[in-house]
Ligand binder design. Structure first.
Ligand code: AHR
Length: 312
């Protein structure tokens, strides 16, 4: 009778009894805060209990949280991995405990891909390429010195966004990356690094564009540019990634030029893949890819409204 009642459980009946442990990176950006709040509401919609552990940007805290989720015997573990490497031992422990692991928004490199079930993420190399193509089109043959604000050192999204941009502008010798440094995906570090770029580049006059790996660093850079007496969006073009409300507000003020959107709904598709797996063993694809759409000031107002409706 036990087996029969298990078989007739619907996906929602499963979800009502399911607990997922989510090892979140922290709250370094507006996008990250939105991802956390969307994860909570997506769990609630499906009747799933979601336990979130904030790692405050440290991999060691994530590893501790994952071990604690294993000890608690959760039904699945979601991880937004702060860096790309160093996950093999703890994921092996999850595998031995037969707890499926889902990656959200960043990738990892492990010896055996069977250590995780799937990842929900954008193609970050493509995001960088989309940003570069926008700049190439804007410049239309005119020279441009670009400064790059990289994300967290060792994060897959920082490595890939850098690669996508660099590989694309490599074909256009008039566009050069003259300075590049990590701003750790935060507004304050983005501002600090931009201030140093401005100082080193003739009070910003040698800089044509900022390519920031996320909107928060771009917003920090905008502040630094204004404080240096220059006009962001005009004297120095601003292109970044995420599509958070604040970048659309900056576009409406004429201070930012374009952003490649990354949806904060990474958990929804992961919950669906988990439910399908628990229901009848359906194996999801190794990557559940999200879209990367570029937005410019013309659509900023509409995007802002849309984000409000999402509770962003
Ligand atoms: O991994 C996604 C990135 O992490 C977002 O682009 C950034 O804002 C966040 O911190």
């Amino acid at each position: 009778a036990g087996i029969i009642s298990t078989l007739i459980l619907s996906a929602s009946a499963y979800s009502a009894e399911m607990t997922v442990g989510f090892s979140q990176i922290g709250s370094e950006s507006g996008w990250r805060a939105a991802e956390t709040s969307v994860a909570k509401s997506e769990a609630q919609k499906r009747g799933i209990t979601l336990k979130i552990a904030d790692a405050q940007q440290k991999q060691e805290n994530q590893i501790k949280a994952i071990r604690s989720f294993i000890a608690q015997g959760v039904d699945a573990i979601f991880i937004a991995p702060v860096v790309q490497t160093g996950w093999d031992p703890v994921l092996q422990e999850a595998k031995e405990a037969e707890i499926p692991v889902f990656l959200l928004d960043r990738n990892i490199t492990v010896k055996d891909d069977a250590l995780f079930m799937t990842g929900v993420a954008a193609d970050s190399v493509h995001e960088g390429a989309v940003a570069a193509q926008w700049l190439i089109k804007q410049q239309d043959g005119k020279a441009c010195n670009v400064v790059e604000l990289q994300g967290t050192v060792g994060a897959s999204v920082a490595l890939d966004r850098k690669k996508g941009f660099l590989d694309t502008v490599a074909a256009v010798p008039t566009i050069k990356i003259i300075r590049t440094q990590s701003g750790d995906f935060t507004r304050s570090k983005g501002k600090e690094v931009m201030e140093s770029f401005i100082k080193a580049e003739n009070n910003g006059k040698n800089i044509c564009a900022v390519y920031a790996h996320n909107d928060d660093m771009a917003i920090g850079a905008i502040q630094a540019i204004k404080e240096a007496g220059l006009k962001p969006g005009t004297d120095i073009k601003i292109i970044s990634i995420d599509g958070v409300p604040d970048i659309f507000k900056a576009m409406m003020a004429g201070e930012a030029n374009a952003s490649v959107e990354l949806t904060p709904n990474m958990a929804g598709p992961a919950f669906d893949a988990l439910l399908a797996y628990k229901k009848d063993g359906t194996q999801p694809p190794k990557l559940i890819k999200t879209e990367s759409i570029l937005f410019e000031p013309e659509s900023a107002q509409a995007q802002l409204e849309l984000k409000k409706d999402m509770g962003y």
